[in-house]
Ligand binder design. Structure first.
Ligand code: SAM
Length: 382
């Protein structure tokens, strides 16, 4: 990924663009660098429950929802129109049913203010506040640490905010957005963050995204970031359960993704994959017979029963496993694929623990032979 920033004719900070000579262009755009920063943290720490406070149109949620470790993803914003604007992009699409996640994922968007307590946000592993705090007025900024660090008390908090030392590099910028109540230099942000961390028993590390150009000297990153980690034990379930009565936020949107934890989803995905594999094996069998017939060597195939069906997608180990498993065979005008053969294919294998489980899941939608050991299809039925 190219993180370098070039001087050019435009300033880009996600929200605004100012034509000017010799200004700064971030590549990738600064907002994307912030999201990538969170993505990397998720990769590293594998949180199960993540909340994005001041989520806006839920773009960060959209970016990180593909991480398989996340089971609950929550967004909160005070601006309902913003939450509404893109929420349909969070719905699962057909690929999510055909290739379901291993674990459940629920996404919930709430309308509310981050300075109000809501017990549904207790017990989270990661809370992100990306370009949020500079939108809070003095009173709300004073309440924010008590709610986020004191009450919600997640294992990790990420706060990003503009670094005002970078602003002179922009043409005629005092505040970067008309809704910003303040913009802090590094010392101001770090003083605030350290006092919050000390008070609520967190450690904090400072970093940022959006590197300045070489000529700029030591102005720091365009976006400064504090990563807070809770010191000591996680909140216990009983401690969380005791505080479960404060529901202040309004649910604006909620969705559950299909996952292999749901029996019907697993059944659908397995049946689709098994029938795709059986049809593919049958097609290749039929065409290999045709080739051999053209060569007048059909008897050779019947004698050996060898059909080698490998595509380039398998590893050597997977090929060996498939090769060792019982082969597909023909009897009359029926084509049979042993369940053990199907189980050797990695995609099928991922969807069921053993052959018995596969049989139980496919038996009401697919035809099996008499002892239930193979899938049976008509050889010439397209
Ligand atoms: N975090 C998003 C991102 O990086 O794309 C959006 C950042 S936007 C600059 C700031 C967001 O904070 C806005 O969507 C705004 O509505 C929200 N906001 C401001 N004050 C808030 C509050 N008290 N509670 C919740 N959200 C708030």
């Amino acid at each position: 990924m190219d993180q370098s920033n070039k001087e050019c004719n435009i300033v880009v900070d996600g929200n605004f663009q100012i034509p000017f000579k010799k200004v700064i262009h971030f590549s990738p755009p600064l907002y994307r660098q912030r999201y990538n920063f969170v993505k990397d943290l998720v990769d590293q720490h594998k949180p199960k429950k993540v909340a994005d406070l001041g989520c806006g149109n839920a773009s960060l949620i959209q970016t990180i929802k593909c991480h398989s470790c996340i089971e609950l993803l929550v967004g909160v914003d005070i601006n309902k129109d913003k939450i509404d604007s893109q929420r349909c992009t969070l719905s699962p699409f057909c690929g999510d049913y055909l290739s379901p996640r291993d674990l459940n994922l629920s996404i919930i968007l709430y309308h509310g203010s981050v300075v109000e307590r809501d017990s549904r946000l207790l017990g989270f592993d990661l809370i992100t506040c990306i370009e949020l705090i500079e939108h809070l007025d003095e009173k709300d900024l004073a309440r924010f640490p008590e709610v986020v660090f004191g009450y919600l008390s997640p294992a990790m908090v990420v706060i990003s905010t503009p670094n005002s030392e970078f602003n002179p590099l922009f043409p005629a910028v005092t505040l970067r957005d008309s809704d910003h109540k303040f913009e802090w230099n590094r010392r101001q942000f770090q003083t605030w963050a350290l006092s919050v961390a000390n008070f609520y028993n967190y450690s904090v590390e400072f970093t940022g995204v959006g590197e300045p150009p070489a000529r700029a000297g030591n102005v720091g990153y365009c976006t400064q970031i504090g990563v807070f980690r809770k010191i000591g034990a996680k909140a216990t379930e009983s401690c969380i359960a005791g505080q479960c009565d404060e529901h202040v936020y309004k649910i604006v949107y909620t969705v559950s993704y299909p996952s292999l934890q749901q029996k019907e989803v697993r059944k659908f995905a397995l049946t689709s994959e098994v029938s795709r594999q059986v049809q593919s094996l049958k097609r290749r069998y039929v065409s290999s017979v045709k080739i051999l017939q053209d060569d007048e060597s059909i008897h050779k195939l019947n004698d050996t029963g060898i059909i080698t069906f490998f595509g380039p997608v398998f590893t050597e180990l997977e090929k060996t496993n498939i090769e060792k498993s019982p082969k597909p065979f023909c009897f009359g005008n029926k084509f049979y694929v042993p369940l053990e053969r199907l189980f050797a294919y990695p995609k099928v294998n991922r969807l069921c623990e053993n052959v018995d489980m596969m049989r139980a899941l496919i038996r009401d939608t697919m035809r099996l032979n008499r002892d239930g050991s193979a899938v049976k299809v008509d050889l010439h039925d397209p």
